[in-house]
Design a binder for this molecule. Structure first.
Ligand code: SME
Length: 156
């Protein structure tokens, strides 16, 4: 596994390109889900310093807060509620350029201005979501979606 994370500079693509193999090395060989999710949130936080990076995991048909980096957050989200619950219900990546314009957005932090949520699945079954919040508007785009999708696909 990676002992020390190399923090890359450059374009967003260059930063993700440096981050991806390090995350792959971190999680491969480790079978514990919580350990892997925790390290992924830490690695993304160190590279990009987004406001909040975390996983919600499906338990008893609701999303329950899992490993995260950032301010404290709401612990439970119903299916179809907020950006996270919608990404789960629709099983698709949701990019929100301005959270105030997303109907039903759940504001865990007033500092959050834009957001991306990706469903996380194993063997085709969604078991949670990865949620990333930014303090600036319009932070996330198809580049983030493409690289973050690869990151969650690394999870054993
Ligand atoms: N904004 C999310 C809730 C989770 S927090 O951002 C950490 C949502 O609308 O689902």
């Amino acid at each position: 596994m990676t002992e020390n994370q190399h923090i890359a500079t450059g374009s967003k693509e260059e930063q993700y390109e440096a981050l991806l193999p390090q995350i792959k090395a971190l999680v491969e060989g480790e079978t514990d889900l919580i350990a892997n999710l925790a390290n992924i949130t830490g690695a993304i936080k160190e590279q990009f310093n987004f406001l909040w990076i975390g996983f919600y995991l499906i338990k008893d048909n609701e999303l329950v807060l899992g490993p995260f980096q950032g301010p404290i957050a709401c612990t439970r989200i119903q299916k179809g509620r907020g950006v996270c619950g919608t990404a789960w219900a629709e099983e698709k990546i949701i990019i929100v350029p301005d959270v105030e314009k997303f109907p039903g957005h759940i504001a865990c932090s007033s500092l959050s201005k834009s957001e991306i949520v990706l469903p996380v699945s194993k063997n085709g079954v969604v078991y949670g979501v990865l949620d990333i919040d930014s303090t600036t508007l319009d932070t996330f785009d198809e580049i983030d979606a493409r690289f973050l999708k690869q990151i969650v696909e690394f999870i054993p």
